[in-house]
Design a protein around this ligand. Structure first.
Ligand code: TMP
Length: 216
């Protein structure tokens, strides 16, 4: 017996955290996120996302966090999360909804920072001992909608600039196109209720024999 493993992906302001929470509630699934889904992960999240105090991306050592250090801290967070939370829950038959997973590393540290996406996927795959989601929901919203929703609150990675975030969005779209059996691309423009209905309809197509719409 294994639960369903559903991941939400999207850029800042895509509404994925809201929609992940709504779908988890609807399915009675465990809701979790990366980075930060464990006690160790919460500490790593702080290290990874603390906004630069003086705008120089300084982590107390007088320099920027190295791109490979950032990638490995994300992988460390993921390794702990998979071992402590994801795998045990899925093994026990529980459905899991996770806000971000390996595709975020491919998009942010790969397309965004410029590290090799194939190597990153391999490192993450090793970190989670091969645990892959059944479905990845990509919420797509126009840039101006995302911008209006984020309202200026910026963590270290969110602050990376428009060109960086364009590369991230392009990477998510390319990953979805390359693996259409796993990915569901959902229009995230609209009210939370409208988007939720689209997400449920899309997810239902992957488990037509099971009750997805109706609470379980
Ligand atoms: P959040 O906005 O979903 O809370 O995610 C936190 C930030 O972490 C967001 O800016 C994206 C970034 N991130 C990566 O850069 N790589 C990753 O692998 C993950 C999971 C998140």
């Amino acid at each position: 017996m294994s639960g369903r493993f559903i991941v939400f992906e999207g850029g800042e302001g895509s509404g994925k955290s809201t929609q992940a929470a709504r779908l988890a509630e609807h399915l009675g699934a465990l809701l979790t996120r990366e980075p930060g889904g464990t006690a160790l992960g919460a500490r790593l999240r702080e290290l990874l996302l603390a906004p630069p105090e003086d705008g120089t991306d300084d982590h107390g050592d007088g320099g920027r966090m190295a791109e490979r250090a950032e990638a490995l801290l994300m992988a460390a967070d993921r390794a702990q999360h998979a071992a402590e939370v994801l795998a045990p829950a899925l093994r026990s038959g529980r459905d899991v909804v996770c806000d971000r997973y390996i595709p975020s590393t491919v998009a942010y540290q790969g397309a965004g920072r410029g590290l090799d996406p194939v190597e990153l996927a391999r490192i993450s795959g090793w970190a989670v001992d091969g645990l892959l989601p059944d479905v990845v929901v990509l919420l797509e919203v126009p840039d101006e909608v995302a911008l209006a929703r984020t309202g200026g609150a910026r963590d270290r990675i969110e602050a990376a600039g428009a060109a960086f975030h364009r590369r991230v969005s392009d990477s998510f779209r390319a990953q979805a196109a390359a693996d259409p059996d796993r990915w569901l691309v959902v229009d995230g423009d609209g009210s939370p209720d409208e988007v939720e209905a689209r997400v449920r309809a899309a997810v239902a197509t992957r488990w037509p024999d099971e009750v997805v719409d109706g609470g379980r």
